[in-house]
Design a binder for this molecule. Sequence first.
Ligand SMILES: *Cc1c(COP(=O)(O)O)cnc(C)c1O
Length: 393
Amino acid sequence: METYQIDQEGYYGEFGGAYIPEILHCCVEELKEQYRQTLDSESFKAEFEQLLRDYVGRPSPLYLAKRLSEKYGCKIYLKREDLNHTGAHKINNAIGQALLARRMGKRRIIAETGAGQHGVAAATVCALMGMECIVYMGQTDVERQHVNVERMKMLGATVYPVTSGNKTLKDVTNEAIRDWCCHPADTYYLIGSTVGPHPYPDLVARLQSVISREIKAQLLSQEGRDYPDYLMACVGGGSNAAGTIYHYLDDERVRIVLAEAGGMGVDSGRTAATIHAGRLGVIHGSKTLVMQDGDGQILEPYSISAGLDYPGIGPMHANLAAKRRATVLAIDDNEALRAAFELTRLEGIIPALESAHALGALPKVHFRPDDVVVLTVSGRGDKDIQTYLSHPF
Ligand SMILES: *Cc1c(COP(=O)(O)O)cnc(C)c1O
């Protein structure tokens, strides 16, 4: 049987691997040797699960959205990652990796962040565990995401604005890797999505897989069967989607629909829809689809949603799209905004702009009345209120 999980060499089909400078080889190798064993150990599982329960507030509810279901003529359940502590799914991964770092004897955490959501999650767990936290962030994003920067500082993190290049995420990644190269012995690089060199995509997918583990149990008790007909999620780097689909990857009864950020439209030049507009390349130490020009220069992505504004895509998702295991739809800014207002008015839930892209895919799928759909609401919309207010529907 075909598997969509990672292979022995760290690839999903032709995507993945570890394309890193020689100096980082031992750091990545050390992580590769330890992560599986640590994640599978009873002591790690006990500590991780306790924090997920008592600190994050898991399990997150699987909520049957009756009015939304009526609108789309099927049965739609929302997986409520927006109800987690700090307001999104990113905390699941940040806690898991901080526990791993501690077990590897590393006390200094570095992270890079675009929108600031991952930076806040990293700063939160570092406060919780008494670890040093350094967050690299582009100067442009420091200005755009002022509130998140203040949150990180209050949590005790040091925020380094990066002023090289375009001052956005890809320049920041280089800065973080440079730091890691200089402090390999005591530093752990906490990556926020299913991206980066192997083993990060698999590590992050496993830590987020709690989402689909819960979906299985919740569907069994609420629907009498442990699988849905459709799973839907938005994709930036791919971590909330990976968590949502992890335990269903090889279950072909379940259709997977992923939503990437179309921006102003996939052909407009102002997009972050990497699966539609990208070509094979290397980004962030991984071979995957990349938005690039004819010379292989990485293009600046655009989306109204800061969390989906990434010029690459996790290798798992690139493979799912290439093998047609997943349907990937590009949802543009307006479609996402409309969907955010729709959910707000129908269910009283203001979603994150990222999650609104998954909701924006609902009108594009032809459901049957008895279809069971699980859609992950990756985060809450509080951080996006300014954007919503200036684009009313
Ligand atoms: C960061 C973020 C995303 C995108 O990241 P993935 O790794 O693709 O999940 C989606 N939703 C929210 C709320 C986020 O903060």
